[in-house]
Write a protein that binds this ligand. Structure first.
Ligand code: NAD
Length: 485
């Protein structure tokens, strides 16, 4: 049965208006829970990106560019309120589109509101400095917007990623061109409607759905774009950075991860357990900061294995709207990738310690995979090195701090890490030794952490989003030296 959606999804949003793609073409969106066709979206291409960049430029030259930081913050606050009023609508769209259980989609919608609230309050609190200089001079710095900013986002957390990136960019007075993912973007279209209703001036936010190699590539190489924020895979991030380099445009890259949680034998296992498992299976493991590696001190290894296995066996997988523990993965292709890794685990003699169950009534045409805990994995094995992007966690024993650090840092990635120990000195030694952008001690993820700067090192990317730090990334510093004698 066709799903009824609350608006016409086939349009793109440029200069405050909903219009068809210049080509008139659309792309089909699939419902991952049952494989049915969910909707059609516009197939934006370079002509649409040109129009969107021109609209953004026009907004900067007009009402949006003249608006004070306080007024921008006020509009963001209204957007945040409207998101909260529409949490249920947004959550249902995200659940249908991404396949995530309804309660997770709801949490994402609330996080979107929280980003807007945070950046609403922060908009008029970013300021420059006066600098001591030679006598006869007054020197000051100004934080200015880049201008037109491009935002390329993936399908796994559309609302959260749009909130953190567009929220901060608008707060600083940039005008945004947003290219959502072709696999899932309904909540992003709904967000643009909310922005418009909230009074965001035409052209301050433009949304051009389309294929990565068409709309995405056109945006990353566009000479009218002054800054790019990309969230997605390492391979695509490298393409975006190369395209931006041709125009000498700065890029923030939020890429993949193979994040560890390191559990020492003195840890409070009761407190750790829910974080160890949830951080691996949330959004069916399709989370950049998923804790896909669990490192356990050998003395506690059997206990952690037993308790995680018990939790895994209780996990239930099913359609997003059934709101179980785990939903489907995004596509048949993604299901193939995860199944391939599980095949490798079996073929190379790894121990499949425990698996969750797919609900008996889950549609056979949905993209379901059993969450899987794999034990006794050597740190050099591909399951311990590569980002799987599915509900698969590997468990590895270690002996002592030095080995924990070596294994934790021993992948090409460095996004986030968790450390579980009651020893205060060890907490600090570990936090300093781990090579990544965020370390959580005796927790993992801190409930999303809108306020906390986020981003990676190594192949996990560079630049920081979230928190105040994002406002510096979405602005440029001008120094003014006045000689007055
Ligand atoms: P992807 O790189 O395939 O796609 C991401 C976006 O890039 C999409 O909008 C896509 O259309 C666009 N794109 C594709 N080809 C392009 C091109 N040639 N030029 C410009 N844009 C192009 O990534 P994905 O598979 O959709 O997402 C999964 C990856 O994203 C994982 O590696 C995951 O770890 C990462 N991710 C990172 C974060 C983070 O904050 N660090 C958050 C979510 C996802």
């Amino acid at each position: 049965m066709a799903t009824t959606l609350p608006f016409d999804t086939r349009l793109l949003f440029i200069a405050g208006e909903w219009r068809e793609a210049a080509s008139g073409e659309t792309l089909a969106l699939e419902n991952p829970s049952d494989g049915s066709e969910l909707a059609h979206i516009a197939r934006g291409m370079s002509a649409d990106v040109d129009a969107a960049v021109a609209a953004a430029r026009h907004a900067l030259d007009g009402e949006w560019g003249r608006m004070s930081a306080t007024e921008r913050g006020r509009i963001l606050a209204i957007m945040g309120r409207k998101v909260l009023e529409q949490v249920d609508v947004l959550a249902r769209l995200e659940a249908l589109d991404v396949g995530k259980p309804l309660k997770q989609a709801r949490a994402d919608a609330i996080a979107l509101a929280r980003y807007l609230e945070f950046y609403a309050g922060a908009a008029d609190k970013v300021h420059g400095e006066t600098l001591p200089y030679q006598s006869g001079f007054t020197v000051l710095t100004l934080r200015e917007p880049h201008g037109v900013t491009g935002h390329i986002v993936p399908w796994n957390y559309p609302m959260q990623i749009v909130g953190r990136s567009v929220g901060a960019a608008l707060a600083m007075g940039n005008a945004c061109v947003l290219k959502p993912a072709e696999e899932a973007c309904l909540s992003v279209l709904a967000f643009a409607r909310i922005a418009h209703e909230a009074g965001l001036p035409a052209g301050a936010l433009n949304v051009v759905p389309g294929l990565g190699e068409e709309a995405g590539a056109a945006l990353s190489g566009h000479p009218g774009v002054a800054h790019l924020s990309f969230t997605g895979s390492v391979a695509t991030g490298a393409l975006v950075q190369a395209a931006a380099a041709k125009n000498a445009v700065p890029v923030t890259l939020e890429l993949g991860g193979k994040s560890p949680q390191v559990v020492f034998a003195d840890a409070d296992l009761d407190a750790a357990l829910p974080y160890l498992v949830n951080a691996g299976i949330q959004n069916a493991g399709q989370t950049c900061s998923a804790a896909s590696r669990i490192l356990v001190e050998r003395k506690a290894y059997d206990a952690v294995l037993a308790r995680m296995s018990e939790r895994y066996r209780a996990l239930r997988v099913g359609p997003a709207l059934a709101d179980l523990d785990v939903g489907p993965v995004i596509s048949r292709r993604q299901l193939g990738i995860v199944s391939h890794y599980l095949g490798v685990a079996r073929d190379t003699g790894l121990q499949i310690a425990a698996q969750g169950e797919i609900a008996a009534d889950a549609p056979a045409s949905g993209h379901y995979v059993r969450p899987t805990l794999v034990a006794g994995v050597a740190d050099t094995h591909m399951l311990a090195q590569e980002e799987i992007f599915g509900p698969v966690q590997v468990l590895m024993p270690f002996d002592g701090e030095a080995e924990a650090i070596r294994i934790a840092n021993g992948t090409p990635f460095g996004l986030i890490a968790g450390v579980w120990t009651r020893d205060g000195a060890r907490q600090l030694r570990m936090a300093r030794a781990l090579k990544c952008g965020q370390v959580f001690v005796n927790n993992y993820g801190a409930g999303g952490g809108v306020e906390l700067p986020f981003g990676g090192v190594k192949r996990s990317g560079h630049g920081r989003e979230k928190g105040f730090e994002a406002l510096y990334g979405f602005s440029t510093l001008k120094t003014i030296a006045i000689h007055h004698g």
